[in-house]
Design a protein around this ligand. Structure first.
Ligand SMILES: NC(=O)c1ccc[n+]([C@@H]2O[C@H](COP(=O)([O-])OP(=O)(O)OC[C@H]3O[C@@H](n4cnc5c(N)ncnc54)[C@H](O)[C@@H]3O)[C@@H](O)[C@H]2O)c1
Length: 334
């Protein structure tokens, strides 16, 4: 049985608590938030035996094997390092840190402490995404020419005003680092190592430090050209979240609310799973998608079996670092 302690009982924690409750080999035995009400209410709602406002107290419990970190992004590395130093495995929300140097410290500490590090990039587990990755790995696209992603969403000022960390450079970042980070991750995962990046970002309408709008152009090592266009100012509501891959012998477009639907699928060759395209669509009710449950399943399996991380299935520290590296490159060219 994997015993989990969770820190940060805010908006995304619900997906974690519910995903953990659906696992047979894991349970949440402690939760923590600096806002007492949030820790107490979560403990009541999900029948968690221990709650606290002091992270250090939770880390003292020798029964906790894994700590799930759902605090503001700029605190992830600090909370992850403390967990690792206390010999707990670390599961961290995206992005794993706001700076590459912080991510590297975290990765190093986990290695030195002999614990595993998992980064929540749950959309990689979407059945639609898995099919696209399979087609890429099988070489069905031939030479990949172009990968583009559009994230045309809406986040009103009230969204940023919900918590003081939102939209700040120290604890969050902007549209690329927070809202579009799964799309950045997917473009990097599909496109592979990056040669160079150019980007423009701007804060056009929201009262925040970081950007609400931006475009990045990417040259991949394999020669392909990529682009990511992001805005949180779409009128009047979320309109598009898509990724298109164009290759020599294949073109695919993924859309839906949370990368859950294949909208275009055309290859020069034919495979049996081409018939599964429609069935692969899931129907999540929010941009968070359904992925946390499957993600926890993979994490628990890796811990119980002490197995290696499989890149096709879920994400370790290195995978989380890859997308953070691209995010930093986008911001450096501001
Ligand atoms: N995987 C996804 O799709 C997804 C979706 C949403 C958010 N996230 C990520 O989850 C993280 C949290 O986002 P959120 O929307 O839940 O934010 P939130 O503000 O709703 O929740 C964060 C919680 O952390 C608590 N906290 C802050 N400092 C703390 C400390 N020192 N000790 C204990 N608790 C502390 C806050 O009181 C708050 O309750 C962010 O990094 C975000 O990027 C991921």
């Amino acid at each position: 049985m994997i015993n989990i302690g969770l820190i940060g009982c805010g908006r995304i924690s619900k997906n974690h608590f519910e995903a953990i409750a659906q696992q047979t080999d894991a349970r949440c035995i402690a939760c923590c938030d600096i806002i007492e009400d949030r820790a107490r209410v979560s403990a009541q709602q999900y029948q968690i035996p221990f709650w606290t406002t002091k992270y250090h107290d939770m880390l003292q419990d020798p029964n906790i094997n894994l700590v799930s970190i759902c605090t503001p992004s700029g605190m992830h590395h600090e909370h992850g390092i403390l967990a690792a130093q206390n010999k707990k495995h670390v599961l961290i929300e995206k992005p794993m840190a706001c700076r590459l140097s912080d991510a590297d410290n975290l990765i190093r500490t986990c290695k030195e402490s002999g614990v595993k590090l998992f980064v929540v990039l749950q959309n990689r587990l979407n059945p639609a995404i898995q099919l696209v990755k399979r087609a890429l790995d099988e070489g069905r696209f031939g030479k990949v020419y172009m990968i583009t992603s559009n994230v045309f969403w809406t986040r009103p000022q009230e969204y940023y005003d919900m918590a003081s960390w939102r939209g700040t450079w120290a604890l969050d970042g902007g549209a690329f680092m927070n809202q579009a980070s799964h799309y950045v991750d997917m473009v990097r995962w599909f496109g592979g190592p990056v040669d160079s990046v150019k980007a423009f970002t701007a804060t056009l309408a929201r009262n925040i430090e970081a950007e609400d709008t931006g475009s990045a152009i990417i040259k991949f090592m394999n020669g392909a050209i990529g682009s990511i266009n992001v805005t949180m100012l779409t009128y009047p509501q979320n309109m598009e979240g898509s990724i298109t891959i164009i290759g020599e012998t294949g073109t695919v477009r993924i859309g839906g609310i949370a990368m859950n639907k294949i909208e275009y699928w055309s290859f020069a060759d034919v495979k049996d799973y081409d018939l599964n395209i429609k069935e692969a669509a899931t129907n999540p009710d929010s941009v968070y998608g359904f992925g946390h449950r499957g993600f926890y399943q993979e994490v628990i399996k890796a811990l119980v079996q002490d197995g290696p991380l499989s890149d096709a299935k879920y994400t370790d520290g290195k995978a989380g670092r890859n997308s953070l590296e691209l995010l930093e490159a986008i911001y450096h060219y501001k």
